[in-house]
Design a protein around this ligand. Structure first.
Ligand SMILES: Cc1ncc(COP(=O)(O)O)c(C=O)c1O
Length: 372
């Protein structure tokens, strides 16, 4: 119970602090399984580059001292691998992709302002940062069934109060892509007071030629911020490191919200080392794209409907309610994300693992659904 004499912000949402989402020994005990297959968080099962691990080991003995005040070294490493004439001034860093998003929202939204999102999407996170600021979240859903983005409907929902439009691409949890054409249609003629947020934390995995070139919008000076993360293709989810890319006038302003010594020493060292090992990243991307193809083939064989994935996870639909399927999977040690809470009661999202994990998952699914 919150003490009612204190003026807590009524928009703060409850948060789970007990660890029940974790692949903890409790789950192992509770279900009597030897092994937990964590396929819930869209992590990269191949792990970080050995160069990152070395960089962290080198930095660790100096943890008594504060890190560099500035993250300029990391920003330079980031733009070195992005290329395209981007400079360190186009980038600000966050302690996770989530924080890179949060900084945008805090920089732009005040009480009564509006943020547009298109569900089903990464709504929980967008709401979590927008609502405590007293902002209004406006949902312009994706088209039912296909999950196609509806730029014309989003543009029609823009008002004088609209400050942000969230474009999650590839979209979580559907894994689908918002095309360059749809993005163009959205950007065309948007009023100057609106900033588009391209949440592209899964962009490395995309091979679809229809994917938009969001960096070009930034280079052309559009009101658009792109968010990237080290959690996915770089396999550094435990480090909590992400960044945003925007024209310098926007990036500077957002970076104004950063704390002094914003990035910790290990994250600075690891982020730079990760950027400098693109070969490691490409190997992971190739591998996970292959696993996406393989898993989809298996789902086809099992006659299970799925949405063609552009990221390192797949959303699929079965005739069994997702909460029931989830329970049966948990009993076999598989952690996935049922999508019931976001209005898709027959859909589940599975993160791609190693071939052994993916094959074990397919076997479990076949046994549960078809008794095979
Ligand atoms: C669409 C999307 N955006 C942002 C994030 C945040 O990533 P992180 O905070 O791990 O960098 C996630 C994490 O799963 C995500 O799925």
């Amino acid at each position: 119970m919150r003490p009612d004499t204190l003026h807590f912000n009524p928009h703060i949402q409850p948060f789970t602090r007990t660890g029940e989402r974790d692949a903890s020994p409790d789950i192992r005990q509770q279900y009597g399984v030897e092994r937990i297959y964590n396929m819930a968080n869209n992590e990269n099962p191949l792990g970080p580059s050995p160069r990152v691990i070395e960089a962290i080991a080198r930095a660790a003995p100096e943890l008594n001292a504060y890190p560099d005040w500035s993250d300029i070294g990391l920003r330079r490493a980031i733009v070195d691998c992005l290329g395209r004439g981007l400079t360190a001034e186009h980038v600000y860093t966050g302690c996770s992709g989530f924080e890179a998003l949060e900084l945008i929202v805090r920089a732009l939204l005040r009480s009564g302002d509006e943020l547009i999102l298109s569900s089903p999407t990464f709504s929980g996170a967008y709401q979590k940062v927008a609502l405590p600021l007293g902002a209004r979240v406006v949902d312009v859903p994706l088209e039912a069934e296909t999950f196609r983005y509806r730029p014309e409907a989003v543009r029609a929902a823009v008002t004088d109060k609209t400050r942000l439009i969230m474009v999650c691409n590839p979209n979580n949890p559907t894994g689908t892509v918002i095309t360059a054409e749809a993005m163009h249609e959205l950007m065309r003629g948007l009023p100057e007071h609106v900033l588009v947020v391209a949440d592209e934390v899964y962009h490395h995995f995309v091979s679809d030629a229809a994917y938009p070139d969001s960096l070009q919008y930034v280079l052309d000076g559009a009101n658009l911020v792109i968010v990237h993360s080290f959690s996915k293709a770089y396999a550094l989810a435990g480090l909590r490191l992400g960044y945003g890319i925007a024209k310098p006038a926007i990036a500077d302003y957002i970076a104004g919200l950063q704390r002094g010594f914003h990035q910790n020493k290990l994250a600075l060292a690891a982020g730079i080392a990760a950027c400098q090992d693109q070969a490691h990243l490409l190997r992971a991307v190739e591998f996970l794209r292959g696993e996406a193809r393989w898993l989809c083939e298996q789902l086809d064989k099992l006659d299970i409907r799925y949405w063609k994935p552009a990221a390192n996870f797949v959303m699929f639909e079965t005739k069994m309610p997702a909460d029931d399927l989830n329970q049966k999977l948990l009993e076999r040690g598989f952690l996935l994300r049922p999508q019931t809470r976001i209005g898709l009661p027959y859909c589940m999202r599975v993160s791609l693992g190693t071939r052994a994990m993916n094959a074990a998952f397919v076997d479990a699914l076949a046994e549960i659904l078809h008794g095979k």
